[in-house]
Design a protein around this ligand. Structure first.
Ligand SMILES: [Zn+2]
Length: 499
């Protein structure tokens, strides 16, 4: 089933470009064809383009008369490529299958079984629609140069924003179109630091322990997880922390000998959803341990019954292996203490915005190797000093426990501190008010946005993030509110006229 573009909303040019882009594969790291498409479209209308080594592209649209100011309109070319398991789709060549659905009483555009890539094809389509309309003479800006900037790899490393050439950012005013709510003006975001710790394990062979032993595995599954920025305040449990708590309590009750702990995923943007641990216990203790374990599990399930209702925690018997190496008793006690004290979740709230987390940390993954344990974490904050402090405290936990570690602190940029005096913000707010938009929300996000990354090399850019309404981003349910495309277009053009 194909979509009749004339039945959607206006402007038609937006939908034409949106459909064209949906036919061009453009997962992160694979933006070449979209970039080529943008370049061809621009050259078709005789607009100058510039590319940089990072893979970003700029289209320059000069004003009709004398140039008095320049506005940068920026979007990203890449999309998150996710599909439902049962769907056959090759993101490297297949076009997306667009369709219109009704949801919550509204009409939405979505893609069959895959992400829609409206994040951020909407940004590209608005930019190109403006370009085409200016070319046709439908839109005229007497004194404003419009610079369309399209970046790469926003959804992966943000390398486009990080490495953008200064020749591509020719103004101090930038509108980023990577928002997901028509009525929201975003004026800030957090920066992030990645903290890796590698712990050396003190090992003993299973044969060094007297008595007959049985290996068991704890498996925790079914957690909701979510985005490590946007969902960090939901109070969802971290399965790695749950495993640490269970192991510590079991250890206090019976003697257990831990072999390994694994959990989460190395996608540090995701909250972990699963964890498992293998440990040995003396045969004579199994019955008592099982009873104690069952009690603990029902306690945990009750505690999270409203927040994360589908948690499954199983205890499974394994085959014993004489080659197995286990944590020494001393190491185990220290390590379980550290893992139990390990911070996860919001650390503080933003003083100026209601319900917005200021600083947080995500215990993203733990991976057991033969003689070491690798731990991956991510700290976010609006202040550089805050995420660094949280990271340092994590390192100190290990040091204070006298554990042998190697660690790395990486990243440490991206914060975009809200500027309430921003001239661009005032113009934008005024525009929204003139169109009597209800419930205008001026906010910041506990997640990463490209403007935060631009600030590292261009500290005096005045920026906002705006755009139409999208839902279920990064999932096969991703959808674009069709009416909001038109609503936002009106806001956007009116705002450009004020600049
Ligand atoms: Zn995006």
């Amino acid at each position: 089933m194909s979509v009749n573009l004339h039945d959607l909303s206006s402007p038609l040019e937006f939908w034409e470009y949106f459909e064209d882009i949906s036919k061009i594969p453009h997962c992160s790291g694979n933006e070449g064809k979209v970039r080529e498409y943008i370049k061809e479209e621009a050259e078709k209308f005789n607009f100058e383009t510039k590319s940089d080594n990072a893979g970003n592209i700029l289209v320059i649209i000069p004003p009709k008369k004398e140039k008095k100011s320049i506005i940068i309109i920026q979007s990203h070319m890449d999309m998150v490529c996710e599909k439902n398991k049962e769907v056959e789709h090759d993101f490297s060549k297949d076009p997306l299958k667009l369709k219109v659905i009704t949801f919550d009483g509204k009409k939405w555009l979505t893609a069959e079984g895959t992400t829609l890539g409206a994040d951020n094809a909407t940004g590209m389509a608005y930019s190109l629609a403006i370009m085409k309309k200016i070319h046709k003479g439908d839109l005229i800006f007497e004194n404003l140069e419009i610079d369309l900037v399209f970046t790469v790899s926003e959804e992966s490393s943000m390398s486009g924003a990080l490495q953008i050439d200064k020749d591509l950012l020719r103004s101090k005013t930038l509108i980023n179109l990577d928002s997901a709510r028509e009525n929201v003006i975003t004026i800030g975001c957090v920066g992030a630091l990645l903290t890796y710790v590698e712990v050396k394990i003190d090992l003993i062979n299973v044969n060094q322990i007297e008595g007959k032993l049985q290996p068991l595995e704890i498996q925790i599954t079914g957690l909701l997880g979510g985005h490590s920025g946007g969902d960090i305040d939901k109070g969802r449990p971290n399965p790695i922390k749950l495993i640490a708590k269970i192991l510590k309590r079991l250890n206090q009750n019976n003697s257990i000998y831990v072999k390994s702990i694994d959990g989460g995923s190395t996608h540090r943007n995701a909250l972990p959803r699963e964890a498992r641990a293998i440990f040995y216990v003396k045969n004579e203790d199994i019955k008592q341990l099982k009873e104690f374990f069952d009690g603990l599990v029902s306690e945990i399930k009750k505690e999270y019954s409203k927040i994360d209702p589908n948690i499954e925690i199983a205890l499974v018997k394994l085959e014993s292996n004489p080659e197995d190496f286990l944590y020494s008793k001393e190491f185990q006690d220290k390590f379980l203490d550290v893992l139990n004290s390990f911070p996860h979740g919001p650390i503080s709230m933003h003083p100026k915005f209601e319900n917005l987390v200021h600083s947080s940390t995500n215990l993203a993954s733990i991976i057991s190797k033969t003689n070491r344990i690798k731990i991956d974490t991510m700290q976010r904050s609006f202040e550089k000093t805050s995420y660094k402090e949280i990271s340092d405290k994590i390192i100190d936990l290990f040091k204070n426990a006298d554990l042998k570690i190697k660690f790395r602190q990486m990243g440490g940029f991206g914060e975009w501190n809200p500027n309430f005096d921003s001239p661009l913000l005032h113009l934008t707010k005024e525009t929204y008010e003139e169109l009597s938009m209800e419930n205008i929300i001026i906010t910041a996000v506990h997640g990463g946005l490209e403007p935060g990354v631009f600030r590292l090399n261009f500290p005096d850019l005045d920026m906002i993030t705006i755009g139409p309404t999208l839902d279920a981003l990064h999932s096969p349910d991703e959808r674009l509110d069709i009416q909001s495309v038109e609503n936002f277009w009106k806001i956007f053009i009116r705002l450009l006229r004020k600049i």
